[in-house]
Design a protein around this ligand. Sequence first.
Ligand code: XLS
Ligand code: NI
Ligand code: NI
Length: 431
Amino acid sequence: MTPFADFAPLPCDPAADHDLAFRHYDPDAVVAGRRMEEHLRFAIAWWHSFAWPGTDPFGGPTFDRPWWGDDMAAARARADAAFDLFRVLRVPFFCFHDADVRPEGATFAESRDRLNEIADYIGGKMADSGVRLLWGTANLFSHRRWMAGAATNPDPDVFAYAAATVKACMDATRRLGGENYVLWGGREGYETLLNTDMAREMDQAGRFLSMVVDYKHRTGFKGAILIEPKPKEPSKHQYDYDVATVWGFLCRYGLEKEVKVNIEQGHAFLAGHTFQHEIALAQALDIFGSIDMNRNDWESGWDTDQFPDNPRDVTLAFLEILRGGGFTTGGTNFDAKIRRQSLDPEDLIAAHAGAMDTCARALKAAAAILADGTLDRTRAARYAGWQSPAAQAMLTGTLEAAAARVEAEGIEPRPRSGRQERLENLINRFV
Ligand code: XLS
Ligand code: NI
Ligand code: NI
């Protein structure tokens, strides 16, 4: 019996007067030519909902769950609970780290064997339920061996251990039919430059990522390899700072056609960007992969991983996702956790349901904005002058040729309104 056993799958009921129903998310409803479920591709994060006990930097566990424990029986109980929550929420995907699903062994081989054993168990549950794996990943940040980094560690033995760990996680992800494999470098950075050789560490990270890509191709893994940018926390500075930084890194190591990004709302905020900015930039660079949906607390400045509740912000994110054609291998992973005072199993259900509804509402608004067409027409009109042959010629010509046009054509630029407030009004008409 899991704590979710008494709950039926949540209905979609726009008139519901409680939060254990979807008011906007209807998996089968068609939006912009696709079923909502296929657009949104929701995933639940194993680590926050089933492995995190409610600790924070000042306090111990607050959650009392029947699946706590450090042995394989507890790992299976956790999987049972996870798949029961997937049933209630009707989510099509989940994501996991090795450390979330199995207890650490005394040796590498024992950890790997436990991972394989629980992966088989999870695979059986996937077959029974039809729930799929959006992505797998390795936890290369919690255990003390990773304290100075994984691929960027000064100790080559840690580099080797990271290679062994990622290989095991990629193998498990491939066997479970995972649609992506994610690398988040929480400790790939530094605490102080006084002991850090940045050039060397970045070369190590570039080599490691090249090895991962090579292994993907040789093993026939069909999914995408994704880097998850984050500027800091836990490290003072992380090399995968934001989308722009990751792009530069990929280009330097010749990986820009091989690796895409998994963009997280809270990480964008930590980097001083909006989620919309990070997604739009990834689309522009053709490296958009997937999203980790959550939100931070605007005042605290931490990666608080709260569930998204702001339809307008999420609409702007889905606007960029839809403009780029929507998800291919990616999806909407709730890298989000309930607050440590939210003790009840119902809190886990309601948190996800509300977040799914926020995304569904945002998806519908974004689709309506694009269907209306005013936004894209207004944007295109701003650049209309570039359609003239003389303007086009400047993009392949010289500085002198461009300069000569000014006097030859008597050019005197006429500033035009950017219409920002009118476009903001337009967005709010649809949210
Ligand atoms: C932490 C990251 C992490 C990744 C997966 O801030 O968001 O949860 O998504 O390792
Ligand atoms: Ni994340
Ligand atoms: Ni995060």
